[in-house]
Design a protein around this ligand. Structure first.
Ligand SMILES: Cc1cc2nc3c(=O)[nH]c(=O)nc-3n(C[C@H](O)[C@H](O)[C@H](O)COP(=O)(O)OP(=O)(O)OC[C@H]3O[C@@H](n4cnc5c(N)ncnc54)[C@H](O)[C@@H]3O)c2cc1C
Length: 341
């Protein structure tokens, strides 16, 4: 088979677009296949951790948002704050982030094709989806990746599943931290995303009602009471997605498609950008076999700490998480810093 492009990316979410930009910056020819119209919205806490910002700057992407200066854990009786040591994060609407990445990709000459990928075939020279043949294909099509399943890379899901819901409110941000409010059944993430708008994402088990969960957290409910909801309620999940491997022949998985643990540490985009960087390095070097090891290396901290926190959150020790973080602020800060870089 001969190829139309060097790289085909399925999915124009932040990670697929970052990979497309990175590949064009190295001189590869790139097309992106996406089923939805830009700007694409998605359920997300919308907090970019500090490590994501240099990664976006390196790609030549700048996006407006609200500086995030740290993470605050809250329970009904306790609170603890950690302010980032080296640089801020950024609260940013998904639509703004996706539009900024798209504009940069277009300016670099990335081709866009609107289509839903439903089939894939590959031989030793090329991969074909949506009638386009490419030397390599990146599956960046999110939590419920079609590419992952077409490439035979899906692994069995655990039965204990968690989901997320989010909505935005027209209210002036009251903090420059991402506040994480822990209740007995849910975690609520408050992220300032622009002047006059905060997003509230609620994570928990299936069946969690957004309004009920919000009403159970007076510290948030009192702030947004009477404020207009300025986005529709969006959900995503189950979070946990497993993969048997991250590569099959000329197909590589990046972002949520490559396997996801949970949004509890607010890390998806920073980690996905690191995966995209690794995948493009391997593709550009014509060494896709290196990707598996790079993926493991660059996601290790995220996987270990997130699996640990989710396990703790689902255990009888849940109610001790915020008091323990408050009692051991140095440990809490070290964990936040480890995840944020
Ligand atoms: C409630 C919640 C809160 C979160 N909070 C944070 C946070 O605060 N900070 C953070 O960094 N991360 C957070 N995350 C995680 C973050 O949202 C994801 O890690 C990130 O969106 C992954 O990006 P992606 O590009 O891999 O996938 P996506 O953003 O899901 O993009 C995938 C794209 O692929 C397209 N697609 C899918 N199937 C096909 C197909 N068959 N054909 C063509 N196109 C297709 C979709 O339309 C979509 O545009 C949160 C997630 C949730 C659910």
């Amino acid at each position: 088979m001969t190829s139309d492009v060097d790289l085909l990316v399925v999915g124009a979410g932040p990670i697929g677009l970052a990979a497309a930009i990175e590949a064009r910056m190295l001189g590869l020819t790139v097309a992106v296949v996406e089923q939805r119209d830009t700007p694409i919205d998605k359920a997300c806490g919308e907090g970019l951790m500090p490590g994501a910002l240099p990664a976006l700057a390196r790609l030549g992407v700048s996006v407006e948002g609200r500086p995030l200066r740290g993470i605050g854990y809250r329970s009904a009786a306790t609170r603890v704050d950690h302010r980032f040591v080296a640089g801020n994060g950024l609260g940013v609407r998904r639509t703004s982030l996706q539009a900024a990445l798209t504009a940069r990709a277009v300016s670099l000459g990335v081709d866009f094709v609107q289509a839903k990928v439903v089939s894939l075939r590959q031989d030793s020279d090329a991969v074909v989806v949506a009638d386009i043949a490419a030397r390599y294909l990146l599956g960046a099509d999110g939590l419920h990746s079609t590419v992952r399943s077409l490439a035979g890379l899906e692994a069995r899901l655990p039965t204990d599943r968690r989901f997320g819901l989010r909505r935005h409110f027209a209210v002036e941000p009251w903090s420059d931290l991402v506040e994480v409010h822990w209740t007995p059944v849910a975690e609520a993430y408050v992220t300032p995303v622009s002047d006059g708008i905060v997003g509230v994402a609620i994570l928990g088990k299936r069946g969690l009602g957004y309004s009920e969960a919000l009403a159970a957290i007076p510290a948030i409910a009192s702030r947004v009471a009477g404020a207009d909801a300025v986005s529709t309620l969006r959900g995503a999940g189950p979070f946990r997605q497993r993969t048997s491997a991250r590569r099959a022949g000329r197909v590589l998985l990046v972002g949520d498609a490559s396997g996801y643990v949970d949004a509890i540490t607010g890390e998806g985009i920073r980690v996905g950008l690191a995966q995209a960087h690794a995948a493009i390095e391997c593709v550009a070097a014509d060494a896709p076999e290196r990707y598996e090891r790079e993926w493991s290396r660059r996601t290790r901290d995220f996987r270990m700490l997130t699996v640990g926190l989710v396990a703790l959150a689902g255990s009888p020790l849940r109610s001790a998480i915020v008091p323990t973080a408050a009692a051991l602020p140095g440990v809490f800060g070290a964990i936040v810093e480890r995840l944020a870089r």
